[in-house]
Design a protein around this ligand. Structure first.
Ligand SMILES: Cc1cc2nc3c(=O)[nH]c(=O)nc-3n(C[C@H](O)[C@H](O)[C@H](O)COP(=O)(O)OP(=O)(O)OC[C@H]3O[C@@H](n4cnc5c(N)ncnc54)[C@H](O)[C@@H]3O)c2cc1C
Length: 371
């Protein structure tokens, strides 16, 4: 693909060039952009999807900007996650505890499902408005027109003046620096980048994208009826299709919600989505009784089918939590012009929300000390 023949896209104000292009408007990319703009740099984010948030996604309520339930991440552990705690404070976001009062249910442990006091997790919490509130609050801090959606990046090239980036529709963007805030395996598989060292390409390939193969099933009810029966909403199942279920009622308590992780693999989910839906409802009734049969909504979010999240390598391999990756993921490349900032590149809590916030702010800080 020749860069010279592409149409040039002017910066937000054509008289002032962009300092930093950020690829990806997930939590990492938004955090990096907020930090860089706060330092006075001109930043543009190119996001391949039609909306921001990446793996953070929710079921919207009727009122503007309200999220009833999360289809991606749910939990934070602010007591153990200083970066999460700091950003929640900075963005004035509130937390509330994961509901865990009452008995859990053991399903598939011999005989019919039965009550069991399943232990909770110390410090596990939820954000009021869900992790989507983090995304909304960060995006609101950016200058207008910073984010360009439907701009999937396919090629990157260093030049004597900086860096050139081409999107799938052939638009060319230029900047002095670039932060790649997309899943590392997707970058390696889908973006053509000349001049990267083999050990970096190997590190990108070797880093699994946390939860990329998973599917989450969320059911909304008019109220959290299980709480009245002294049930926590928690299920531990050996039979599935949901291997674990948790109370997912929003902080307002206006409705009830349960979410679970689907135990069927990606191919089986794709093969028979109708059967999956029915089997999930059957399991809900088996565990919670007839009131669980007709949720107001049952949404199954299959992340394995999201082309800007799940790579071919993620589908081939068993799901693994990323370890802290090699230092090469946090170093500059292409003569100091290219940086990575996605949760899996972080050196604390890689794969998690805390990792994403940390990756975004650390990439911004490392870049700022070099310019
Ligand atoms: C089902 C599920 C449950 C989870 N549960 C939790 C939890 O409870 N707690 C927790 O801490 N974490 C959890 N996580 C992980 C958490 O969601 C991630 O760590 C975090 O959202 C990653 O943010 P990110 O910005 O680093 O990456 P992403 O959210 O993946 O953002 C990358 C962005 O890059 C864009 N992009 C990709 N390719 C291109 C391209 N070529 N051009 C332009 N844009 C591109 C994508 O569209 C996306 O917007 C969960 C994830 C999932 C899927």
């Amino acid at each position: 693909m020749s860069l010279g023949k592409r149409s040039r896209v002017d910066a937000m104000d054509s008289n002032k060039p962009i300092d930093v292009l950020v690829v990806g408007a997930g939590l990492s990319g938004l955090t990096a952009a907020v930090c860089l703009q706060a330092a006075g740099l001109r930043v543009r984010i190119l996001e391949g999807a039609g909306s921001v948030g990446g793996r953070i996604k929710g079921i919207s309520g009727i009122e503007q900007n309200t999220i009833l339930a999360d289809l991606g991440p749910t939990w934070v552990w602010p007591r153990w996650q200083p970066v999460v705690e700091r950003w929640m404070g900075r963005l004035s976001l509130a937390q509330f505890p994961q509901y865990e009062a009452g008995d859990g249910i053991l399903d598939g442990y011999g005989g019919p499902p039965r009550r069991y006091p399943l232990p909770g997790q110390d410090g596990i919490a939820r954000i009021v408005g869900g992790p989507s509130a983090l995304v909304q609050a960060l995006a609101a801090q950016l200058d207008p027109d910073t984010i360009m959606t439907n701009a999937r990046v396919v090629e990157i090239k260093a030049t004597s003046a900086g860096i050139e980036v081409i999107t799938a529709d052939g638009a060319l963007f230029e900047a002095a620096h670039l932060i790649l805030a997309a899943p590392l395996r997707l970058i390696e598989e889908q973006i053509c980048i000349a001049g990267l060292p083999p050990e970096l390409l190997a590190a990108l390939r070797a880093t699994p994208t946390w939860m990329a193969q998973q599917a989450k099933a969320v059911a909304l009810y008019d109220e959290p009826f299980w709480r009245g029966e002294d049930l926590s909403g928690r299920v531990a199942s050996r039979t599935g299709p949901l291997m674990e279920v948790h109370d997912h009622t929003p902080a307002s308590g206006d409705i009830g919600a349960l979410f679970g992780f689907v135990g069927w693999d990606a191919a089986a989910r794709l093969q028979d989505p109708k059967a999956l839906r029915q089997t999930i409802l059957d399991q809900r009734v088996r565990c919670f009784g007839p009131r669980a049969e007709k949720p107001m909504q049952l949404v199954i979010q299959d992340w394995a089918q999201e082309p800007l999240t799940c790579s071919a390598a993620d589908l081939r391999e068993p799901p693994l939590h990323p370890d802290i990756g090699p230092a090469i993921l946090r170093q500059p490349h292409l003569d100091g012009r290219l940086w990575f900032a996605v949760s899996e590149s972080a050196d604390i809590s890689p794969g998690l929300i805390e990792g994403a916030l940390s990756a975004g702010e650390m990439a911004a800080q490392r870049l700022l000390v070099r310019i």
